[in-house]
Design a protein around this ligand. Sequence first.
Ligand SMILES: [Zn+2]
Length: 430
Amino acid sequence: MPFNSQLAFEPIAVQDAYQSWELKKLLGYLQAQSPFYKKLFAEHSVDLSKINTIGDLKLLPTTSKSDMQEHNWDFLCVPKHEIKEYTATSGTMGRPVTVALTGGDLDRLSHNEHQSFICADGNADEIYQLMLTLDRQFMAGMAYYKGIRRLGAALVRTGPGLPAMQWDTIRRLEASSIVTVPSFILKLAEWAQEHQVDLHNATVKKAICIGESLRGADFELNALGQKIHKDWPIKLYSTYASTEMQTAFTECSAGRGGHQQPDLIVLEILDEQGNVLGAGEYGEVTITTLGVEGMPLLRYRTGDICAYYEEPCSCGRHSRRLSPVLGRRQQMIKYKGTTLYPPAIFDILNNIPFVKEYVVEVFTNDLLLDELRLHLNTPLPIDECELKLRPLLQSALRVVPLLQFQPATAIHDMQFPANSRKQVKFIDNR
Ligand SMILES: [Zn+2]
């Protein structure tokens, strides 16, 4: 499929018309090629001739992760010999899902990430230090790699972790940008300060961030973002993506949400009943892929809670922008009369200097209600930490969760269980 990298700069009406045209093609393709969607359309007596615009999407059923977990290979639309790469989801939300890509899909992935890096002010003169794995079927590491290749910039593949090695490489090769998870930037900054590295004169001026939110709903830097900026004022760009969607939403320098790529993905925000919400309303990110050959998705509910905005951006793009992720729908906590998501608790803990490491646990108490337990590591004596912590939690959460102080090694074991590709900061025992 021909991609249209200029579409993001066209008025929304032009983008929507393009998407409606591509949607019609997708529906024909799914009806002809996808065992899963063919069956779903038949079960719901869907009349595809009635679906003419993206506004008609609401007439179609949604798809979820459990559909992909249960019917993984029914999503495949091509003969098996056309699969050129097998990627997989991390499995942090249950059974991993295989996402199979054709040669065309790999090309699409490169285009997607190339456009993402351009959106994040990238150019061919950059040297990107890639602090992510390309192994273990991880799509994002490979996508970034391919995007940087297409951008024409240089790559240094250091992989995740090991701050001393990262700094040694930065000093020798003079990377201008890093690609990593935000909490690791904090680790890099801490190491630098302990070892007299002059952060203000470091060659690295930008970070392309994956995984964790850097901003709150108001687009201002959250505690994590502020903490990074305080020690190391580099330019931060958030990206949002998932293996299933094979497409990234990336912030431009304005930092007002991740730009949708209208030639690659259709975006809807749905409430709990499945109603389509408008701009500025928080609900579940629901996507439809455009141009995917192997495992295209129609109205796929991601589980992530966001809002979108559609005023034109100062960067010149008119594409919709996706807010930072408030949390995962399945991780919603009903706590003492309020609704909250784990990232809000992370943000509070990130702001407390004497909490070094933490894991947030939720479980069901004797009254069958959600209960929170914070596993914490502190350099302070435990009594003193508790005395200082209680009023802070009381004012931020209105109630103090159960507190469990742990040695750093115990927290580390909770955060990095065997076979996990990602750091675990939230444990759901409900
Ligand atoms: Zn912008």
